[in-house]
Design a protein around this ligand. Structure first.
Ligand SMILES: Cc1ncc(COP(=O)(O)O)c(C=O)c1O
Length: 432
């Protein structure tokens, strides 16, 4: 199947050699067939958008369906993993993944719903401290969420929401600029809510330094970890983060629209002064069925839960978290650094004489696995279509001009990275 590309000389053979030495865990995943190009499977670089399906997920889902068939309502207590406390099965592995204590972590709802529930507690504008700070390239959904929170509190979102911009001519935020902003204007900030890894540029923020500066300025500090969970090691408890939320459909491979996770630092747990929205699952499990009209929330993050857990959505998260537990984030990060470093080296070759620029920080400590490429004078959508249909390379476009490539350490290969570079070389015309 391999044929040497004129653009890359012996690089394809090198990619195969690297794969043999550093194979990852691709065998545990189902890789879609390619619709174009020379290889039977796609080169899947879109795990930052939707992770691939673990082989184990189907069987686990079928087992849950079977328990429902066999047990009906009795499954709440008698299923192999009883449904009433099913979320508890996910707590310890989710806590390990993000560096939290079990009482600080719960899997529930989806990401933006969770951000809203957390902002009910942690965005409480008062006096001159009314502002919410996000990054200018925050995911639009986060922007909508914080603007609607400002409006909910009777504030003008155009003044209540501050968007931190990179310096002119730069693509990513400098930590020092965030710290300088907080030093100058922190007294007006009620909440700092940033992406741990920026969805567009792939920049990994200095979460501990920014959290410390935000808290020192008297603000609450929350993180959207959609692109960080399962991508980079996290230590949310030790970093003193106030709260965080993430999704499980990207690096956690739990399926489209999968459940999200939530972290609330233990210093906030059991605080009766914190406003929270409540439902059945916000009350202490031991007295839940006493059917009393007033809840008794536990002194854990489970107090933020509202509804009973959706079992068929929880199974895929459990399967995924077991995988992360068995491989471990440190090993994944090591492989991630090797894979992304390799892709970067190949992209350096392709981009020198093409209108393509890698906008992700070059320092591996300032990024996860994703590399984002800006297309000069072209459309990101058009390019990703060609990569897919002509080369079987699946990447993801963010209009107008960014294409994102994420070699995911669990299942991506060096050969996938080589296919990206080879396909770009064939698709984007060289300028000299
Ligand atoms: C950084 C970030 N925040 C928020 C969202 C929205 O998540 P959801 O639709 O699951 O609420 C996404 C989705 O991709 C995202 O990448």
């Amino acid at each position: 199947m391999d044929t040497e590309s004129p653009g890359f000389g012996g690089a394809e053979a090198e990619a195969r050699t690297l794969d043999a030495a550093d194979p990852g865990h691709r065998h545990l995943f189902l890789v879609p067939p390619a619709e174009g190009g020379r290889y039977p499977e796609v080169a899947y670089l879109a795990g930052n958008s939707l992770g691939l399906q673990p082989r184990a997920t189907r069987e686990e889902l079928l087992a849950d369906l079977d328990a429902w068939r066999r047990l009906g309502v009795e499954g709440h207590l008698e299923a192999e993993r009883p449904w009433l406390p099913y979320h508890e099965v996910l707590t310890a592995p989710a806590a390990r993944l993000v560096g939290a204590r079990p009482a600080e972590t719960v899997v529930m709802n989806s990401l933006t719903v969770n951000l809203h529930l957390l902002m009910v507690s942690f965005y409480r504008p008062a006096g001159e401290r009314t502002r919410i700070v996000i990054e200018d390239t925050a995911f639009p959904s986060d922007s909508y969420a914080v603007r609607s929170q400002a409006r909910f509190h009777g504030l003008d979102p155009d003044t209540a929401v501050v968007r931190l911009r990179p310096r002119p001519g730069e693509d990513t935020l400098r930590t020092q600029d965030v710290l300088d902003f907080l030093a100058a204007e922190g007294h007006t900030v009620a909440l700092l809510l940033l992406g741990g890894v920026n969805y567009l540029t792939g920049e990994l923020m200095d979460i501990p330094a920014i959290t410390a500066a935000g808290r020192a300025a008297g603000a609450l500090v929350g993180w959207d970890l959609a692109h960080a969970a399962g991508n980079v090691p996290l230590a949310l408890h030790d970093w003193d983060v106030d709260f965080a939320a993430w999704c499980s459909y990207k690096y956690l491979n739990s399926g489209p629209g999968a459940l999200g996770g939530v972290f609330v630092h233990e210093r906030h747990l059991g605080d009766p002064a914190l406003p929270r929205f409540e439902g059945w699952w916000s009350t202490d499990a031991t007295t839940r069925f006493e059917m009393t009209p007033v809840s008794r929330p536990p002194a854990t993050v489970e107090a933020w839960q509202i509804s009973n857990p959706p079992i068929f959505a929880m199974g895929p998260v459990r399967t995924s978290l077991e995988l992360f537990d068995s491989v471990g984030m440190p090993a994944l990060r090591e492989r991630s650094l090797r894979l992304t470093g390799y892709l970067e080296r190949l992209l350096d070759e392709v981009t020198t004489d093409r209108p393509l620029t890698v906008v992700t920080p070059r320092d591996p400590a300032r990024r996860g696995c994703q590399l984002s490429v800006r297309i000069g004078g072209g459309s990101a959508n058009e390019l990703t279509k060609r990569l897919r249909h002509e080369h079987g390379v699946i990447a993801d476009a963010r209009e107008p001009d960014i294409v994102r490539f994420a070699p995911v350490p669990l299942y991506s290969t060096y050969h996938d990275c080589w296919r990206v570079a080879d396909a770009l070389a064939a698709t984007v015309e060289a300028t000299r």
